[in-house]
Design a protein. Structure first.
Ligand code: ATP
Length: 352
């Protein structure tokens, strides 16, 4: 990340559903821990789309690129927009147009009580996933032929470029190198997908040679999912493609205590990054003030870490950890706090 010369400036997109509720709590924590950071709100989301058809204008993307250090996104998705077109434009649009090729998702258990795995402690579940974020099966390249007939054909193309594969693998090794980690595991399905995933294998071996202090390993993705459940302690850094990364990070969220605790960053070193809780807009609980804001609060920590303030990131992580240990949590984790009370609990824990 570039070192900003002015105070950091964050573009805030609360989005839809519980996105607005959890970001409100995240911003309280941001204001308390980093009062010098400036923010500007943008109203992109379902409401705006329904009002005037706007999803994410190029002018906003230009502003994000030139005027902001981070984008802080809540969640996108609203039952009133069944096609989800606004969400695709805003989220995938920023990922692709800002070329945010790294989806960075830490999987860290903060308190054993919230882990669904038997006898696993926080030190057993502590790894990060580097998910490729701009290619793979999510580019939308493909087509349908003879749609809605018995002879219909639907093709979805998986895109793997050498440049794209190499830069995500290198990012994983570089992060391991900078963070004192000694193991990087690459996951693919090269036994069945012989062209694209063979490219992953060759590039992985070649990049691994540049990092002699780091032990490279490989698992087919089906085996990886088993191992994440049986022996999560085997992992420090996992790197994989867009589709597999999407799936294994949700599994990661589950073993770290649930989707309400998982933070993520969409990154391209040196460029503005987009940070968001992993969960969606959760229309089933939206508007009730009961959503867990911890993922959004941990996302604030991740932004501050990327902005060169690792002590603030640790302080936020520790405060959320203390709330979990004390049972000061929202309903889905067995507590009785509202979103706002959970935000206050983190603020209390930070100042204790
Ligand atoms: P998407 O389709 O974008 O993944 P979604 O809201 O349908 O969005 P998830 O975010 O995966 O899906 O959430 C699944 C369910 O988990 C929600 O419907 C909600 O009940 C619960 N959930 C998600 N996030 C939270 C949260 N922060 N606090 C409490 N419950 C949550």
């Amino acid at each position: 990340m570039s070192t900003p010369t002015r105070p950091p400036n964050i573009a805030v997109l609360p989005g839809d559903g519980i996105g607005t509720e959890v970001l409100e709590q995240g911003l309280r924590v941001l204001g308390a821990i980093a009062p010098d950071v400036t923010t500007e709100h943008f109203d992109f989301g379902a409401e705006r789309y329904l009002r005037d058809g706007t999803t994410l204008p190029d002018s906003a993307l230009d502003r994000f690129r030139n005027e902001f250090d981070c984008i802080y996104l809540g969640a996108l998705g609203d039952p009133r927009v069944p096609s989800n077109v606004h969400a695709k434009d805003i989220l995938l649009g920023s990922r692709f147009k800002l070329d945010l090729y790294i989806n960075f998702r830490p999987v860290r258990l903060l308190d054993a009580r919230y882990c669904p795995l038997k006898d696993k402690r926080p030190e057993d579940v502590d790894f990060v996933v580097f998910r490729e974020n701009t290619e793979g099966l999510y580019t939308g390249i493909g087509g349908q032929f003879k749609r809605d007939t018995a002879d219909e054909i639907a093709i979805e193309q998986e895109i793997n470029t050498r440049k794209g594969v190499e830069r995500i693998i290198r990012a994983a090794f570089q992060w391991a190198h900078e963070n004192g980690k000694t193991r990087v595991c690459m996951s693919d399905k090269a036994n069945a997908m012989r062209h694209g995933h063979d490219l992953w294998q060759r590039v992985f071996r070649s990049v691994a040679n540049e990092y002699p202090g780091i032990k490279p390993s490989h698992l087919y993705v089906d085996v990886l999912t088993m191992r994440m459940v049986q022996t999560p302690e085997d992992f420090e850094v996992i790197v994989t493609n867009n589709l597999f990364g999407d799936i294994v990070t949700d599994l990661g969220a589950a073993i770290q205590g649930g989707i309400g605790l998982a933070a993520s960053g969409n990154l391209h070193p040196g460029k503005v990054g987009l940070y968001e809780p992993v969960h969606g807009s959760a229309p089933d609980i939206a508007g009730r003030g009961i959503a867990n804001p911890f993922a959004a609060i941990l996302t604030v920590g991740m932004m501050l870490g990327q902005l060169g303030r690792p002590a603030d990131e640790r302080r936020i992580g520790d405060a959320v950890g203390r709330c979990l240990i004390a049972g000061r949590v929202t309903r889905e984790l067995g507590g009785n706090l509202t979103s706002s009370e959970a935000g206050s609990a983190v603020l209390d824990a930070m100042s204790a």
